[in-house]
Design a protein around this ligand. Structure first.
Ligand code: NAP
Length: 439
């Protein structure tokens, strides 16, 4: 092949960067054939060059700015995370006319606008397939394969750590604390698991998915978020009795009012999912995304949502696309934000609910509880009641689990407040949403 080589700079040589460099080196001949020009690694940016990293030391540099600015670098692959210095390096690359590939969800959920504008101005590619659900192709299907359809809903399990923890709780009956400890010991949870267990990571991905699916800029701050730290072993027992599993879901939806006004909802929370729903059986550290579109109907994407090699697969797909565009001329799809839909607040979102409470074991309790639901116009679909015993086996009240039909978050919150004030209600144990069931 006589085409001029495509120069590539990789920023970050951690879990993902190491695998990307390996693929560039080991698959050089195939990549050249697919791109139509050789891909040449010009340098790798790291924090500390001194480490023995399995990459020729003359390729390593701590001077990210200089590496990005090299005339022989055409594509910059950012794999450093978190927001800074990644944002600065990407902006510098775009401003100098380099195409950029990144796996940085935190950055893309916060600064898409700024980065997309810079890419637009320089007429270069900005790709980020690996930022959502690792190896699973979901950004490209949404931006390209479904470009002629209208997406209605995207719902996914997009965080492997929390899915691992919740799957363990479901399988073994373990408490949240014990499942988290196991996940940490096995390397599925970080030393500080906050970003995962409090839903921040999933919220960043929900923002990216909602922006693309609904042609509207949605940032992580627009996403309603609840984590999994309050989900209990008892919730799993009740979910099982109701024919459900519990999953941390990222949900992006296009809502249409009676008058035809459209809004976007983006939210992350643990929810009961009926066992016959495709997301209910996605277990362990796996991810899955279900997309519903008007013409296509329901599509499901499933696979490894993290890990060095799986994430590198998605990164390399973007690299090949960006390199082909440089060889053949032209660009991939630019940011599409024409719809500019408002983001709906969580209070207005209708879902089904599961409410678990301890009550006094006496006549009239059920009717008092039912009356509060009715007073707030929340319709009950199912009630389960069971007696409770104390440590000595003596009766000590009852547990009531109520599953509602669809209600707004606002109506349900008012109902729960009123229930907590009832004399007969000893404790509201938990309130979770139920998704994916017909109401
Ligand atoms: P990692 O293992 O922590 O590696 C980060 C790399 O970036 C290290 O080589 C580090 O250099 C380098 N780095 C960090 N700050 C730097 C700075 N200021 N200047 C120069 N180099 C710097 O991270 P990772 O797991 O590979 O993740 C990389 C990106 O991919 C993140 O945005 C992450 O969110 C995203 N991602 C990761 C996964 C996954 O499964 N790991 C999945 C999807 C997306 P040193 O080695 O010298 O410290």
């Amino acid at each position: 092949m006589s085409e001029k080589p495509i120069g590539i700079a990789v920023l970050g040589l951690g879990n993902v960067g190491t695998e990307v460099v390996r693929i560039i080196e080991e698959s050089a001949a195939d990549l050249e054939a697919r791109i139509g020009a050789p891909l040449q690694l010009r340098g790798v940016g790291v924090r500390r060059v001194a480490k023995d990293r399995g990459v020729p030391v003359d390729l390593l540099t701590e001077d990210i700015e200089q590496l990005v600015s090299r005339d022989d670098v055409d594509i910059v692959v950012e794999l450093m995370g978190p927001v800074e210095p990644a944002r600065k390096a990407i902006m510098a690359a775009l401003e100098q006319g380099k195409s950029v590939v990144t796996a940085n969800k935190a950055l893309m959920a916060q600064s898409t606008g700024e980065l997309a504008q810079a890419a637009e101005k320089a007429r270069v590619d900005l790709y980020f397939e690996a930022a959502v659900a690792g190896a699973i192709p979901v950004i490209r299907p949404l931006t390209q394969s479904l470009a002629g359809d209208s997406v209605v809903r995207v719902a996914g399990i997009v965080n492997g750590t929390t899915n691992y923890i919740l799957s363990a709780m479901n399988d073994t009956g373990a408490s949240y604390e014990s499942a988290l400890a196991d996940a940490s010991a096995l390397g599925y949870a970080e030393a500080d698991p906050t970003a995962d267990v409090e839903g921040y990571d999933a919220a960043a991905k929900a923002a990216i998915l909602a922006s693309i699916a609904f042609h509207t800029r949605v940032t992580a701050d627009d996403v309603y978020r609840e984590g999994i730290t309050k989900v209990s072993a008892e919730d799993f027992a009740s979910a099982k009795a109701l024919g459900c599993n519990i999953k941390l879901l990222a949900i992006c939806e296009r809502l249409v009012s009676g008058k035809g006004k459209q809004r976007v909802s983006a939210r992350v929370y643990p929810a009961l999912v009926p066992l016959d729903h495709p997301l209910a059986s996605v277990n362990g550290a796996f991810n899955a995304v279900v997309v519903e579109a008007e013409a296509a109907g329901r599509l499901m994407f499933y696979g490894q949502g993290a890990g060095g090699a799986p994430t590198a697969s998605a990164v390399m797909g973007d690299v090949v696309m960006a390199a082909r565009n440089r060889v053949q001329g032209g660009r991939g799809p630019r940011e599409s934000k024409y719809a500019k839909l408002p983001v709906a607040s969580i209070g207005a979102i209708p879902t089904r609910y599961y409410v678990n409470m301890n009550v006094k074991d006496q006549p009239g309790v059920l009717s008092a509880v039912a009356a509060e639901f009715s007073r707030h116009e929340v319709s009950i679909a199912e009630v389960r009641q069971e007696g409770m015993t104390d440590a000595e086996g003596e009766p000590c009240g009852a547990r009531i689990v109520v599953v509602t039909h669809q209600a707004t978050d606002a109506a349900l919150s008012e109902t729960v407040e009123a229930l907590a004030d009832l004399d007969v209600v000893q404790k509201i144990n938990s309130v979770l949403r139920m998704e994916g069931a017909t109401s």
